[in-house]
Design a protein around this ligand. Structure first.
Ligand SMILES: [Zn+2]
Length: 431
């Protein structure tokens, strides 16, 4: 997921550390053998993430030899599974140029002085059963932050490898599992598989793809993005984008055979690659198992991936793709659902240091954690608290919270009103 400087994601900080008690799957990964199952399996997911998030890939920074190690792995698997190339000139790769000036200043133009690097998307195709030229896009970015010279929330003095196991080796593993599954069990629709690079530098790979698509975008029924799907320790799954066509919610519920607790969020834009397709008027979904304290830090490692949970997430996606086969493109009209407030919301005022619960739909803003030493924790806030007012300003939702914060000053004393275990209480708050 792309970390927008000064944006909403700055307020995401430590949540509970309870998952530290959970051990990774006791997968009997047999590296060296190519015994991947055509079914979607936790052990295959583990193997893919184990490779992609290993130190030898040094954080998969776009436009480096380590990005190439990752793209070679994806291509090798696509070839093993029988996926067809759909990139430049009959290959799996689609090259684009990155101007690294943008890493220092995200608003830099392409003409700005900076090192130019070539990065690559990986593009594959699986023909569907029915005789149609329509297709469903499944996408996941495979790049990450390298040593964290940009986009990192790590503040240590020594640069460290950011393995990005959840962000987004998990989604890449999901893409590979779906590639294998649909190669063996073709759905009605054609499938376009897109592994993006340049995501962490600002959705660059997907932005390039939609400007120079290798298959006409007008035939795309929908785009499904997998970004950070490896941390489902319970059954809570967030799906963004359900407002982008009326049928999404119904379909998401209809294929929910594993009875996951679905948090369906309307917004079609966000800090990941589905946004590029949304702006081309294509219905989108973004599967997401929520953020965590290792987000954009060196500690986003394999040890914390919930492979059993991810198997359930990827199976939900597979059933969704199959279900789309019995829905015509006309039945999936694009509807605007930009999540404008979230998109344009910038923090100019103080921060509280809380982790918002994106799935919460009640009045106020529920939090799933606080950042040590920050105002919210100093005031005594805890995971599960619902913030309903800042000073005298009542908060309807997460956007109201951001708006209210922007009217306050760093250093100011005010109050914060919360609901904890059903009881409203007002606490002193030092910003
Ligand atoms: Zn990210």
């Amino acid at each position: 997921m792309f970390h927008k400087p000064y944006s909403f994601f700055l307020v995401i900080l430590l949540s509970s550390l309870s998952w530290l008690q959970c051990s990774p799957s006791d997968s009997s990964s047999t590296s060296g053998s190519n015994a991947f199952s055509p079914e979607i399996s936790a052990s295959d997911i583990y193997s893919h993430i184990e490779f992609l998030a290993s130190d030898s890939l040094q954080g998969r920074e776009s436009g480096t030899e380590f990005e190439a190690l990752a793209s070679n792995y994806i291509i090798q698997k696509f070839e093993e599974f029988g996926v067809q190339p759909k990139g430049d000139d009959g290959t799996f790769l689609q090259a684009f140029t990155i101007n690294t000036a943008r890493l220092i200043n995200p608003h830099a133009t392409d003409n700005a002085e900076g090192e130019r690097r070539v990065a690559n998307n990986v593009v594959g195709w699986i023909p569907g059963r029915s005789n149609t030229n329509e297709y469903v896009v499944i996408g996941a970015h495979y790049d990450h932050l390298g040593y964290g010279s940009f986009g990192s929330l790590y503040r240590g003095d020594t640069p460290r490898i950011h393995n990005g196991a959840d962000d987004n080796a998990s989604g890449t593993a999901g893409l590979l599992e779906l590639a294998h599954y649909f190669s063996e069990h073709p759905p009605a629709d054609n499938i376009l598989l897109l592994a993006f690079s340049g995501e962490e530098m600002g959705l660059l790979g997907s932005a390039h793809y939609v400007e120079e698509p290798t298959v006409g975008l007008s035939q795309a029924k929908a785009m499904i993005n997998l970004d950070m799907i490896g941390r489902m320790s319970d059954t809570n799954l967030l799906i963004f984008g359900v407002g982008t066509t009326p049928k999404w919610s119904e379909l998401a519920m209809a294929v929910n055979e594993d009875s996951l607790s679905l948090n369906l969020v309307k917004d079609g834009t966000g800090a990941s690659d589905h946004t590029s397709f949304y702006y081309k008027n294509i219905p989108v979904l973004h599967y997401f198992t929520d953020t965590h304290s290792d987000y954009h830090r060196p500690s986003d490692d394999l040890a914390y991936i919930e492979v059993e949970g991810q198997e359930l997430v990827v199976n939900h996606v597979a059933r969704m793709v199959d279900a789309l086969g019995s829905v015509s493109k006309d039945e999936l009209p694009f509807v605007e659902a930009p999540g404008e407030q979230r998109q344009s919301m910038t923090l100019s005022g103080p921060t509280l240091g809380v982790l918002p619960d994106y799935g919460f739909e009640g009045v106020g803003m529920r939090i799933t954690g606080t950042n040590p030493g920050q105002p919210a924790q100093n005031a005594g806030l805890k995971s599960g608290d619902i913030i309903v007012a800042l000073g005298d300003t009542p908060l309807e939702d997460i956007y109201g919270y951001m708006g209210a914060l922007n009217t306050l000053e760093v250093g100011q004393k005010t109050t914060i009103t919360i609901i904890r275990d059903g009881v409203e209480q007002t606490l002193e708050l030092q910003l």
